[in-house]
Design a protein around this ligand. Structure first.
Ligand code: NAD
Length: 259
């Protein structure tokens, strides 16, 4: 794929590990100069060092608008521009006792998830758009989830936050398209990362049950999510705007069980 990404200035949030790390790696391999950010300072620095000379680390908690402004100010001070931004940082519940019906769902958890997944994405988009409007160019990708497309039970905060990210993406695509800026979403299905390994895939019975709902009968790999992001920000995706690209092995396209 001709990406046209050589020398482009990119930022990926929540990229110390998991999907964000794979996105940063794919962008750097395509020749982009990538700033990764995360709340995990040590791991973020180590990841940047492992990904090589095109990647640097800047600590940032996306739920703090001041830190978000600081991140993008420093990127623009260093490079003079911002071409690509991938808003990937996100959290969800993982303990079984937190996965409960709405009547018992914790308000504290609701706010914590909203602050990172929805508000954090908004703070980042706002700072990115401020620079991209000046340039009249840029590509933003927000990482949502299939939970924002087809609600999952017992995760009402995550579902609401990710649905908000998808709608917010569409709204920004309408606003910023005339200024040469494209805004899209990628919604991963169940993807192999440290967290999902511990939750589902280290236990054979749980893993088999989960993949039985996925037509491709396996979880996604982080590089497969990164591939979708790469397409959206590259020359190949130059007419993609306001799209939510679902990468889920077919999970949300229909029932994959027989009745
Ligand atoms: N793995 C999946 O199955 C899956 C499915 C659907 C959507 N997603 C989405 O993909 C994105 C990446 O998730 P992942 O699976 O790689 O999880 P992960 O937990 O491995 O990675 C998330 C990263 O975000 C960082 N982070 C958390 N809070 C932050 C904050 N306030 N500011 C900055 N960084 C913060 C974490 O330190 C971590 O490095 C998330 O938005 C998640 O909701 C993942």
């Amino acid at each position: 794929m001709q990406t046209g990404l050589k020398g482009k200035i990119a930022v990926v949030t929540g990229a110390a590990q998991g999907i964000g790390r794979a996105i940063a790696e794919a962008l750097a391999q395509s020749g982009a100069l990538v700033t990764i950010s995360d709340i995990q300072d040590e791991k973020g620095r180590a990841t940047a060092a492992e990904l090589g000379g095109n990647v640097v680390f800047h600590p940032c908690d996306v739920s703090d608008p001041e830190q978000v402004r600081g991140l993008f100010d420093s990127v623009v001070a260093r490079h003079g521009r911002l071409d690509i931004a991938v808003n990937n940082a996100g959290i969800n519940t993982s303990r079984p006792e937190d996965r409960v019906t709405v009547d018992r769902y914790s308000e504290e958890i609701w706010h914590r998830i909203m602050n990172v997944d929805l508000h954090g994405t908004f703070y980042c988009c706002k700072a990115e758009a401020a620079q991209m409007v000046k340039q009249q160019s840029g590509a933003i990708v927000n990482i949502a989830s299939i939970a924002g497309v087809v609600p999952l039970r017992l995760q009402v905060g995550f579902v609401a936050a990710k649905a908000g990210v998808i709608r917010m993406t569409e709204a920004m695509a309408c606003e910023l398209g005339p200024m040469g800026i494209r805004v899209n979403c990628v919604s991963p299905g169940s993807t192999l990362v440290e967290g999902t390994r511990q939750l589902f895939y280290n236990n054979r019975e749980t893993a088999e049950r989960l993949v039985s709902f996925i037509p491709q009968r396996r979880p996604g790999e982080t590089h497969e999510i990164a591939g979708a992001v790469l397409f959206l920000v590259s020359d190949a995706g130059s007419y993609m705007n306001g799209h939510n690209l679902v990468v889920d092995g077919g999970w949300t396209c229909g029932f994959s069980r027989d009745f």
